[in-house]
Write a protein that binds this ligand. Structure first.
Ligand code: CA
Length: 382
């Protein structure tokens, strides 16, 4: 081998390795398309944890937030959400108050739960000078979705009141909604209203969000807008465990991770966080297609989500969940680290490239490099 060849070989090797690494990084950053999201939430601690995941996720852009009449009182929900944004240093996302009561019924979460919103659930949040939108939640939803260049996904973490009002007031926005991705319902499992109210509300078939405003849920499920429903069937598989808290405590470095640590209570479930994670990574749940009908007027069944077994599919329902994968992704993103778990598409949002793409590119380029080096060496020997 000549002196010139000996100099050329390492240069070619370095060049191809650099190209391989560049393609690896480039392919990784192209893993998922941007998802524009409007979040409608009832501003409970697990809502804030889910919101932080969405705000942290590099593929998600939150364009606005509406507050529904759920666990929090609406005005407190608005101020607490603004304080959460202040805590994260975010000041460019509008937050709007929704309707103070359900459309028809007088259902509400237990008063003692709602009053916890008055002191922001004891969570340490800063005060803020940020002010709510002058629009109400439905008006803000209509305005942002109508004005968006791309279609928008609505993530609903509370009762469906504001969304039903928006769909009825401005049906034209339906064509600009990719889907409504919601936490709620119970298909094959029992509801949680009766058990969690200690029997004070004798409804053992409905989930809280659906029970609070069954008429709103009925409107949304009949709207024709694609729905993915993260039901109790799935969330029952992701309890908040002591192990989760210990694991998070051991690695948390971001404000989001510290907040989630303080906001999660062992014995409850990751209702809204599973909903958020299954938006970006649907592989954490198992989906089934259903035609869901909402019970609106049968005593002690209001808000029941019946899979009728007939009619066209109007909802893709998450019926199971992989707790380990969920926890990896949730902790990874809120803690500012890209998880090692491959990112995949949502059912209606195709991705470009899979986890094998960067490896294949690297392998091909490395192979070409080896062949090129061999050829150069052979030529020089001749
Ligand atoms: Ca919620």
């Amino acid at each position: 081998m000549t002196k010139r060849t000996r100099l050329l070989v390492p240069i070619i090797v370095v060049l191809f390795i650099a190209l391989g690494c560049f393609s690896l990084v480039r392919a990784d950053t192209q893993v998922q398309e941007e998802i524009k999201v409007f979040v409608d939430t009832d501003a409970a601690p697990d809502d804030f944890s889910a919101l932080m995941y969405l705000l942290r996720h590099p593929s998600v852009t939150v364009i606005g937030i509406g507050i529904s009449c759920g666990v929090s009182y609406v005005d407190r929900g608005v101020s607490n959400t603004l304080r959460v944004l202040e805590y994260l240093g975010i000041s460019n996302i509008p937050v709007a108050a929704g309707k103070y009561t359900p459309l028809v019924v007088d259902h509400a979460f237990p008063k003692s739960w709602r009053e916890s919103s008055n002191n922001s659930y004891g969570l340490d949040l800063p005060t803020t000078s940020q002010t709510p939108s002058e629009m109400n939640a439905s008006e803000l939803m209509i305005s942002l979705i109508s004005g968006a260049q791309e279609n928008v996904t609505i993530v609903c973490l509370g009762p469906l009141t504001n969304i039903a009002i928006a769909l009825e007031a401005q049906p034209s926005i339906k064509s600009k909604i990719d889907k409504i991705h919601l936490m709620g319902g119970a298909v094959e499992v029992a509801g949680n209203v009766g058990p969690e109210s200690g029997g004070a509300i004798p409804n053992y078939v409905a989930e809280w969000n659906m029970w609070v405003d069954p008429q709103a849920a009925d409107i949304v499920f009949k709207s024709g807008v694609p729905i993915t429903m993260v039901s109790l069937d799935a969330t029952n598989h992701v309890p908040v465990t002591e192990d989760f808290k210990i694991r998070l405590e051991g690695v948390m470095v971001t404000p989001e991770a510290r907040f989630v640590y303080n906001a999660t209570t062992v014995g409850l479930y990751f209702w809204d966080p599973l909903t958020a994670v299954s938006l970006t990574n649907p592989e954490v749940v198992t989906f089934e297609e259903h035609h869901i009908a909402i019970v609106v007027d049968l005593l002690n069944h209001e808000g029941q989500t019946n899979s009728t077994g007939a009619g066209s599919v109007n909802a893709i329902v998450a019926v199971n969940a992989d707790a380990d994968t969920f926890e990896d992704l949730f902790i990874g993103y809120i803690n500012g680290h890209l998880p090692t778990t491959p990112i995949t598409s949502t059912p209606t949002t195709p991705t470009s490239g899979g986890p094998m793409e960067p490896l294949l590119i690297f392998a091909v380029i490395s192979g070409v490099a080896v062949v090129a080096i061999g050829a150069v060496v052979c030529m020089r020997r001749k």
